[in-house]
Design a protein around this ligand. Structure first.
Ligand code: ATP
Ligand code: MG
Length: 382
């Protein structure tokens, strides 16, 4: 005899619940079922309530794993959680179900009842499997991309190296011609040879920059570390810049802290970084403006700020200027020369030393400042 639930509220809860929920008595016969169970398994109340669970809908619930769960595991543990059951159901086909059950004792008559919740996770499993596959594919693509980038960098490094040899010969011989070591040139010849030499030198500079860029990206740039007397190095660089500034009617100011320590770094690279940043400041600051450099010790690093009151950088270009070969197109910058490699290269070289480089600008025509750090004791990355 199947008993009828007396507790109306309990029955209402079971009825309304969105998931498929079965209430069974201790003989595993159905006492009550949520409406969604009928909808989902396409069965009617009259062929469900009072039936043994295994007999429901042409015995489609007579599943060995469910028997094991209800007859062995549940009596022992009084509950089970998240058991996945894959089964070919007569009414709805092959599905994966997630089963949760609780065995509870009712206070009224001390009868044991079982709550069995059934969740169809077939679609979720499919999506999870799809996501897993997509993740694997993405990983493969990323690996391939990294490999391609590495090949590109190595190719560039080799190419630029190969290009330098003939170029050095072009530059060397045009210098010999220009010096008239082997006989005089007429005015036109001298002018043309000078053009060849100027272009050759420019090309060599470019190739060296590309080679450096490729080297950093291929992880092949090495630092030649030594102890750098920062104060004298900064003075040396600023003399060079003062020359450039002098021609252009720009004011330059230097604020170098008294207690500046020597640092462990690569002499040529630090000079190159400073030269790149200061020459940018000069280049992108119209006449009448100011540029400057502030250097101080901050904890275990020195911090260098190269600032100017020049044409500034719009926020949308802040990332692009580090991509390489990117030059912001403004009427003023169109008048200046360059390749767009100085800044990205400087950033990489700072990072190679274990420092950081940041560019800040309030926007167009509101100046720029480049702030970078160099550790006092090398934390060389490579
Ligand atoms: P290169 O340094 O290779 O000779 P470049 O000076 O044009 O050429 P980067 O130094 O890499 O190139 O700088 C990239 C771009 O960032 C510049 O072309 C310019 O548009 C912008 N930029 C860099 N520094 C400044 C600055 N101080 N003020 C305004 N714009 C700047
Ligand atoms: Mg530059």
């Amino acid at each position: 005899m199947v008993e009828i639930l007396t507790d109306q509220i309990f029955e209402d809860i079971v009825e309304t619940i969105r998931e498929s929920l079965l209430v069974l008595n201790s003989d595993l016969k159905v006492i009550s079922v949520s409406r969604s169970f009928y909808d989902f398994f396409k069965v009617k109340p009259e062929e469900t309530v009072g039936q043994l669970i295994y007999d429901l809908g042409n015995k489609q619930w007579d599943i060995p794993m469910l028997r094991e769960l209800l007859e062995t595991i549940l009596p022992e543990k009084t509950s089970f959680d998240n058991y996945e059951v894959e089964h070919d159901f007569a009414t709805i086909g092959k599905r994966t179900m997630l089963l949760n059950a609780r065995q509870i004792e009712r206070e009224v008559d001390e009868e044991r009842i079982i709550l069995l919740a059934i969740e169809d996770i077939t679609e979720r499993k499919k999506i999870e499997a799809g996501l897993g596959k997509a993740h694997e594919e993405l990983k493969a693509v990323t690996t391939e991309l990294k490999r391609a980038a590495q090949v590109k960098s190595e190719f560039l490094a080799n190419m630029s190296h190969e290009l330098r040899t003939p170029l050095n010969s072009i530059n060397g011989f045009s210098e010999v011609l220009y010096d008239e070591t082997f006989g005089p040139l007429n005015e036109k010849q001298k002018q043309y040879v000078n053009n060849v030499l100027t272009s050759g030198k420019h090309l060599l500079l470019l190739i060296n920059q590309i080679l450096d860029m490729a080297k950093v990206e291929a992880g092949k740039m090495k630092l030649a570390l030594s102890s750098l007397p920062m104060k004298s190095l900064l003075n040396e660089i600023s003399l060079l810049i003062e020359n450039m500034v002098g021609k252009k009617k720009i004011k330059m100011s230097l604020e170098i802290a008294e207690d500046l320590p020597d640092i462990e770094a690569d002499d040529l690279k630090v000079k190159e970084i400073l030269y790149n940043l200061l020459s940018n400041a000069v280049k992108f600051t119209p006449e009448g403006g100011k540029i400057g450099m502030r250097v101080k010790k901050v904890d275990s690093e020195i911090e260098i700020v190269v600032w100017d009151t020049g044409i500034g950088i719009a926020s949308e270009n802040m990332d692009k200027i580090f991509e390489g070969f990117f030059r912001v197109d403004t009427p003023y910058s169109r008048l200046t020369e360059g390749t767009g490699l100085g800044l990205p290269l400087s950033k990489k070289m700072v990072e190679l030393h274990g420092g950081k480089l940041l560019v800040e600008s309030e926007g167009l025509n509101r100046g720029t400042s480049v702030r970078f750090t160099l550790p006092i004791l090398s934390r060389m990355v490579v």
